[in-house]
Every structure is written in C-alpha cells, then in structure tokens.
Design a protein around this ligand. Sequence first.
Ligand code: NAP
Length: 251
Amino acid sequence: MAGMGKVLLVTGGSRGIGAATALLAARDGWTVVINYRSASAAAEAVVAGIRARGGEAEALRGDIAREADVTAIYGHIRSRYGRLDGLVNNAGILPRMGRFEDIDPARWNETFAINVTGTFMCSREAVRMMSRRHGGEGGSIVNLSSMAAVYGAPNEFLDYAATKGAIESLTIGLARELGPEGIRVNAVRPGLIDTEIHGSAGDAGRAERLAATVPLGRSGTAEETAEAIVWLLSDAASYVTGTTITVSGGR
Ligand code: NAP
C-alpha cells in the first residue's frame, strides 16, 4: 500500500463533509488517511466504501486538539507512506446555540482548541513534511471555514463564528508564507450543509428549517462541499492560493 498515489490526510473524515471529501478524493486517485475522534465504525465504513471502489484508504483515530495525538497521526503517516501531499483541516465542532453572554470559558476554549488549535497543529506537521524548505515536494492544504465567519452567527454561536474567522486569517497568512515553498493553502466556506453537525448545536432540523432562506432554495450536501475541497486540492487549482470558495447556495 505504501507509496501508492499521492497521500491525503482528512481530519474528521468519519462522516459529513470529511467523509464525502475522502470518498471523492479517493476516486481521483488520492490515498486517503481518514482521521476521526471516536466514531471508529463510521470511519471504517468510509474506508470500506473507498476500497470497494478500488481506492486506497485507512482510518486513524486521534483527537486533533491533543498535541500527542497529532504527533502520533503524523508519525504513522511518515513511517507508512514517507510523504504527505494534501491536508484537509475538516474536523470541527459546533457548540449549542445560545446567546453570547451565556458562553462560558470552558466551552469557548474547547471550541477554539478543536477548530483553531487543532487546525494549527495539523497544519504545522503538514508543513514539516510538505515544505521544500524541509526537503518535501510541496502540497496543498484546504481549511474548512464557514459562512458564520462572515455573518458572525448572532444569537447562535459567536464562539464558533470567531473560530472560523481565525481559520480565514490563518489561510491567508499561511498561503503567503508557504507559497515560495510549494504549498498552496485555501479554504472552503460552506453555508447551510445538511450533516449531523446541527444536532450537536441542539437543532438537528436546522438545515431543513432554514432551507427557504437560501437563494437556491435548499440546504447543500456534503458532496457539493467536497467538490470544491477536492478541486482546491488538485493540480487543476495549481495557480490558486490564499483564497476562500463560498459554497452556500447564495445565502
Ligand atoms: P460533522 O458531521 O459533525 O462531522 C465532524 C467530524 O469531525 C466527525 O468526523 C468527527 O469525528 C470529527 N471530529 C470532531 N472533533 C474532532 C477532534 N477533536 N479530533 C478529530 N476529529 C474530530 O461535521 P460537518 O458538518 O461535516 O462539518 C465539517 C466541517 O465543516 C467543520 O469544520 C464545520 O465547522 C464545517 N462547516 C460545516 C457546515 C455545515 O452546515 N454542516 C457549515 C459550515 C462549516 P467523530 O465522529 O469521531 O467525533
């Protein structure tokens, strides 16, 4: 298995947008490492789906908010494949809906630990493997932002919106710092996408409920979001860096 095709790490690939990205990337020839935090059966099902179509994939447990887990994930990738060509910083959490003054520091810190610090640590290890400065061959990083970064998510989850604002700043800075070293860095900014994430905010029916507010008249799918991610990863986007693609149906 080692050395077969370009190697891609998708964080949070056990379901939703991450799983759709893993499936689509594998179809395009990427060997996909699917990270997840706890849903091992779901992650293995994604792997089985990829293998059934003749693709290469494996599932790897690890909490991206824990430095030791991130180190272990990259240690495995180094020893098994000896290379990394793509990273999708997809793992993220959406806290419960509520007003700003009801957010406590524990929740604020957990949201930042996963959505921002996790993305930072995974990106740092990727740079150490991909950068020409470190003997790598370059690569491509795609970060998951959100429309919340733009509208601020008032009365819903300002902490989540702030994490995605940070992701967009990180995308711009990294793209400029790493461009000369052969690494492109971009982001995808999904709008209302029908996944299980809305359940964790205490509003499982959110995507359906707000569908009428979307100019295209419906929520989006994980697959439609994955299309933009996989394009940004690919050589078809070879002159694209530091940009964010909005996938929101116009909302
Ligand atoms: P989802 O269905 O809730 O899936 C989240 C994935 O992240 C799961 O695979 C989960 O794994 C994993 N994960 C969570 N915390 C983790 C951690 N600490 N370490 C490793 N993996 C972790 O979410 P989604 O809707 O596909 O969202 C994916 C990304 O898109 C997120 O960054 C989200 O903020 C962003 N986004 C989504 C929407 C939307 O409407 N759905 C809109 C804008 C942006 P386990 O199951 O093992 O916990």
